[in-house]
Design a protein around this ligand. Sequence first.
Ligand code: PSV
Ligand code: MN
Length: 401
Amino acid sequence: MSNSSISGAAQSRIHKALDSFAIEIPSWGFANTGTRFGKFTQAAAATNLEEKFADAGEVNRLTGVTPTLALHVLWDMPNGVADASKIQALAQQHGVRAGSINPNLFQEAEYKFGSICNPSAEVRAKATQHLLDSVAIGKAVGSAEVSVWVADGSNYPGTQSISRRIGWMKEAFATAHAALAPGQTLLIEYKPFEPAFYHTDIADWGMSLELCRSAGPQAKVLVDTGHHYQGTNIEQIVSWLVSLGVLGGFHFNDRKYADDDLTLGSIDPYQVFRIFHEIHAAQAASSAFSAPAYMIDQSHNLKGKMEAMVQTVVTAQELYARAALVDQAELAILQDSCQLVAAEELFRGAFWTDVRPIVQEWRQQRGLPADPLAALRSGGYVERISAERGAKNAVSQGSYA
Ligand code: PSV
Ligand code: MN
C-alpha cells in the first residue's frame, strides 16, 4: 500500500505518534559479546565507555529518536558516583544523555547464592548498597530510571527458602525506594529462567508487581519481551499493567527459544504491533496515561552492532506507527458490537499496511536521513571505527563490559 492510500487523518495520527516516540539504546549493545560457548569479537565493537557514547551519538544522529543511553553500573561506571562527571562530559560531547541506570547484581563472586536474596545478611547489605549507589548515580547524572534485574534463584528444590527470600527482596527494594528523588522511578524486571534452573526469585509480572507495591509508588514493572515462556500473551500482561498504573517500561528484543536477544520484530512483528496497540489504546482511552520507557535490550554477536541497533530502532518506529494506524474509536464500536471479522480486519489491516513512506516523510521533515540504515552504510562510520578499534578488538576478550 502506498502513502496515498492512507487517509489524511491516519497519516497525521502516525506523525503525532512518531513525535512522541523515543527509544533508549543499551551501552552493552555496542560491546563485544558472545554465547557461553564462545566469543566472536567484531572490529567495530566499542571497547570503552567513550566509544559506546560515540556509537550511541551516531545512532541518534541517524535516527533522531534515541536521546538516551542505558548504562550498566559495573560495566560502565566501575567507580560508581565518582564516574558521574565523566558520564556528563561524554553526554555533552555526543549529544546523548545518560538513560536508565542498571545495577549489576549478578556478576560478582559473592552473588553465587544470590544478591538481595542471599541468606547472608552481609551479602544482602552489599547488594542493597549497590542499589543505593545506583540511585545516587541516577541523581548525579539526571537519569529518570533505576532499572533492576535480579538474577537470584536456586538450582535444586529444597535448597533455598523461597519465602524468606521474598521478605529479603522486599526489604532491599523498600530501602532503595526510600532513597529515590521525586522524579526517579525504580523499575523491577522479571524473568522466569536463566541463570537459575529451578526457581528464580522474580519470575513473572505478578511477583514484580507485588514487589513494586510493597516498595512504594515510584516502583514500576519492566517488561522484557524476551523474558516469557513460549506462547505467553505479552500484550495481555501489558494491558493489565497499564490498567493497574504500574507499567514502567520495556526492554525490547525478539526471541525464538529463550532470551535470545534477537532483533525486535525479527521473529514475530505482529506481537510487537499488538503490544504497541495496547499502548495506543490506553492513550486513546485516557489523557492521563503516562507512557512507559521504551528501551532496547539486545546485544548481537553475529550482526554488526551499529547496523543491528539502527535496524532495531527503525523497526520499532515502523511497528509503533503501524499500531497508531488503528482507528481506536472505530475499533471500539466493532468490538463492542461483536463484529468479529470486521474488528479483526481493521486490526490486521493496520498491521499489513506499509507505513514506511510516512515514516520516511516524517524523518525528512525533521532533517533526518529518510533511510537511517542506508545512511549508516554510506556514511563510512563503521569503516572508520573498525579501522580505529580493529587492533584493540583483535586482542580483547569478548565481554559485556
Ligand atoms: C537479563 O537477561 C537482562 O534482560 C537484564 O535486563 C540485564 O540488565 C540485561 O539483560 C543484560 O544484558
Ligand atoms: Mn532486560
